[in-house]
Ligand binder design. Structure first.
Ligand code: PAF
Length: 288
């Protein structure tokens, strides 16, 4: 496994290999790798012989009041996990090599980044799309892998890839969960004592909404009020948003007449967690 810190060196290396016909998969991460990331790496290897994992805690996607400084880091542990997962290259750049002092270019995807996390974290997606566009240009992958836990991020990145004509296939990977249902996230590390158990309200509300939806409930206020009841039963849980949106546009819906997404962001103590599930119409309903 090779480790590159310098963007130009990695770009030149990938170019030279691509001239020999090699294919590359990219798994962009902010490190502190967990089983969800490992499942992305395994998928990545299925698509291409060369897997690059980028590890970069991207400052531009954090607001000044967010957890950039305390975001968990463990490069040695990450290196071992990558090696064990059969990764070929780790890209581990410095902040200065990605954002030199005179840096001034940002990528902004307009509509699908407005709702949900975009409303709660106004500059977040601009930071994500900017760094992902840079990673695409540096790593020149044929395939790039993103987890469905960050469903809106995946949608925003798909849009950017299409709009900016990146010759890259975006591969979504299903959310990886702990045995009790909590979605894997580097931020789960912040959960202390009882908070870990309280964090299950996200999964419990997803299960309840999916169950009602599969029994035919299509009324969004009713589905959301059921989810809200579950979340408010936990005093430590504070709702940032719970919404049902059109799965393509990310716009709110009142009644489910198209494939949709139940998405929520809940603070457990001071830790903000997100999760979601798809609410897909039956073929019969779609034909109507
Ligand atoms: O999902 C993440 O870990 C980050 O948002 C990403 C895609 C690596 C960009 O910094």
């Amino acid at each position: 496994m090779q480790i590159f810190n310098n963007p130009q060196e990695l770009q030149q290396y990938v170019l030279s290999q691509k001239r020999k016909g090699q294919l590359f998969s990219l798994v962009p991460t902010m490190g502190f790798l967990h089983k969800g990331h490992i499942s992305l790496m395994h998928q990545a290897k299925v698509y291409a012989n060369n897997v690059i994992v980028s590890i970069f805690v991207n400052p531009t996607q954090f607001a000044p009041n967010e957890d950039l400084d305390k975001y968990p880091r463990d490069f040695e542990g990450d290196e071992k996990k990558c090696k064990d997962a059969g990764v070929d290259i780790i890209f581990y750049p410095s902040n200065e090599s990605i954002y030199p002092a005179d840096y001034q270019t940002f990528v902004n995807v307009e509509k699908v980044s407005q709702n949900l996390c975009g409303a709660s974290r106004p500059h977040h997606f601009q930071g994500v799309t900017t760094v992902v566009a840079k990673l695409f240009n540096i790593c020149l992958p044929d395939y790039a892998f993103f987890g469905e836990k960050d469903f809106q991020q995946l949608t925003v990145i798909k849009r950017m890839t299409k709009d900016l004509n990146f010759p890259i296939e975006i591969i979504p990977v299903p959310t990886f969960r702990e045995d009790d249902g909590l979605a894997m996230s580097s931020r789960n590390k912040y959960l202390k004592g009882k908070e870990r158990e309280d964090a299950l309200v996200l999964y419990k509300s997803i299960k309840r909404v999916s169950e009602l939806f599969s029994r035919g409930e299509r009324n969004v206020s009713l589905l959301l009020s059921e989810a809200q009841k579950i979340i408010s039963s936990t005093p430590l849980a504070y709702i940032d948003y719970i919404k049902i949106v059109d799965i393509e546009t990310m716009n709110d819906v009142d009644f489910i007449t198209k494939d949709s997404l139940f998405a929520l962001a809940v603070k457990i103590g001071s830790t903000r967690l997100i999760d979601n599930c798809k609410l897909l119409l039956t073929k019969g309903e779609k034909d109507v």
